[in-house]
Design a protein around this ligand. Structure first.
Ligand SMILES: [Zn+2]
Length: 318
């Protein structure tokens, strides 16, 4: 127990302190990202987006949650996600994903949110966000990616959902306002927690509006480029989705997002006209992360949960 706690504390302090400049972010800082070129790209890439003004601090998204309410909402929504799949507890892997995620989050209008990036211990292929700074990616998706720019693209897409309050606004439409206010004021905690949990389950199983997904794709590409990554990481992930058979591990992803080919078309039209600088891809370092999240059996076999003839595990109850 004690060792576990010490490891957790060490990871937490490493992520929170200057140690985040080790590894992932260090390489990015050395790439001399052409910020002017990226910032010019936004004019071509997102001419009608409110994001440009938001970056200048001129526009706040149209939401009325207080930061405390939004964080409470996100904490409860994260609990729903973690109820379905627990966190994958590997300090090195968690630290890696947090380094990449925090570095991208620092490029946003809300670098000071208490950002947390977690790996969900499931072979399903997906990523999730919750209001207030929570982002999750599954082991299954990590194992299907090819390099760090793809990870950056996925995280930047989810970060955009947080920054643009997509889930918070959707939960408001579903009637969560009073429930969240009640939770913040600690009124009838368990009833409100259960009610909010049901609303969150409904949203995560039906998905956001398609327009929010397209918004997250476009801003995600831009944010990843702004962080110094190749702008083509996210499109590359969408290509992988489009060419992967829709097995059980991808069902929820396909049910809750627009068709990957439609998402690619939407991005390609704008990206063709945009001159993004060449960014980091970094496959070698990413392969080390994949070793940390690897299943003993091939990942492609894991989601099927077919009964397999395996040796009796020592951990099996007698
Ligand atoms: Zn999304």
């Amino acid at each position: 127990m004690k060792t576990k706690l010490l490891i957790s504390l060490a990871v937490a302090s490493a992520v929170m302190s200057g140690c985040v400049t080790d590894g992932a972010t260090d390489a990015l800082k050395n790439t001399n990202v052409n910020r002017d070129q990226v910032n010019k790209a936004v004019d071509t890439f997102m001419p009608d987006s409110g994001y440009k003004q938001a970056l200048k601090g001129a526009v706040e998204a149209t939401h009325t949650w207080t930061p405390e309410e939004e964080r409470q909402l996100g904490t409860n929504m994260s609990a729903v996600l973690l109820g379905a799949s627990p966190l994958y507890k590997n300090p090195q892997a968690e630290r890696y994903v947090n380094e990449v995620g925090l570095w991208i989050a620092l490029q946003t209008t809300q670098p000071d949110l208490p950002w947390r990036f977690g790996i969900l211990d499931t072979p399903n292929v997906n990523a999730f966000a919750a209001p207030g700074g929570y982002v999750f990616i599954t082991r299954g998706l990590l194992l299907r990616l090819h390099n760090e720019s793809e990870l950056a693209g996925v995280l930047a897409h989810e970060i955009t959902h947080v920054i643009n309050h997509h889930h918070a606004n959707a939960m408001k439409k579903r009637g969560a306002t009073d429930v969240v206010a009640g939770l913040v004021q600690q009124k009838s905690g368990s009833a409100n927690t259960a009610a909010l949990g049901n609303l969150a389950k409904g949203l995560y199983s039906s998905g956001l509006d398609k327009s929010d997904e397209y918004d997250a794709d476009r801003n995600g590409v831009y944010l990843a480029a702004r962080a110094g990554y190749s702008a083509y990481g996210l499109p590359s992930v969408l290509q992988m989705y489009a060419s992967t058979p829709q097995d059980a591990g991808l069902q929820l992803l396909f049910a809750t997002h627009p068709d990957p080919n439609a998402r690619l078309d939407a991005l390609n039209t704008a990206m063709d006209k945009t001159n993004f600088p060449k960014g980091v891809e970094d496959a070698a370092r990413f392969k080390q992360l994949q070793k940390l999240v690897q299943y003993e059996a091939p990942a492609s076999e894991a989601p099927a949960a077919a009964p397999k003839k395996t040796k009796k595990s020592k951990k099996s109850p007698a």
